[in-house]
Design a protein around this ligand. Sequence first.
Ligand code: FES
Ligand code: FES
Length: 159
Amino acid sequence: MTNVSVTVNAERYDVTDVEPRMLLSDFLRDCLGLTGTHVGCEHGVCGACTVLVNGDSARACLMLAVQANGAEIVTVEGLGSPEELSMLQSQFREHHGLQCGFCTPGMLMTGEDMLRKYPLATDEDIREGLSGNLCRCTGYQNIVAAIRSAAAMREGKKT
Ligand code: FES
Ligand code: FES
């Protein structure tokens, strides 16, 4: 057993007696109660577990909790609240970028990473950025539309 100290959504957590083999996704959900991070495939394929680790998107099911020791993590809970959605969340709602919602936390975190780093000038840019996130419901069109709209708003353009 080991100790893990992380900052998640600007809050510091010091957790003792963590199993060295515990995945970051299980740590977030089971130890910290942050169940917004979803677990689908548990082997790096679906992207549902995507979070930001030190500013970069990462699959929480491919990291051990101990590897995140000392890291700054943002989960979907850190984007906005039901009362005050983040800009990207509000565009997902506006464009109906979800159906069952299972993939949505991962889509939002990948989208957030893309918006922070890339120009996202074309739909192809957005689709390429999302290519590691699987959705079984939407056909992706509305997810792309939501991110396109958020990218335009970021640039101060009307959508
Ligand atoms: S649960 Fe992590 S990529 Fe699918
Ligand atoms: S909305 Fe159901 S998996 Fe994407």
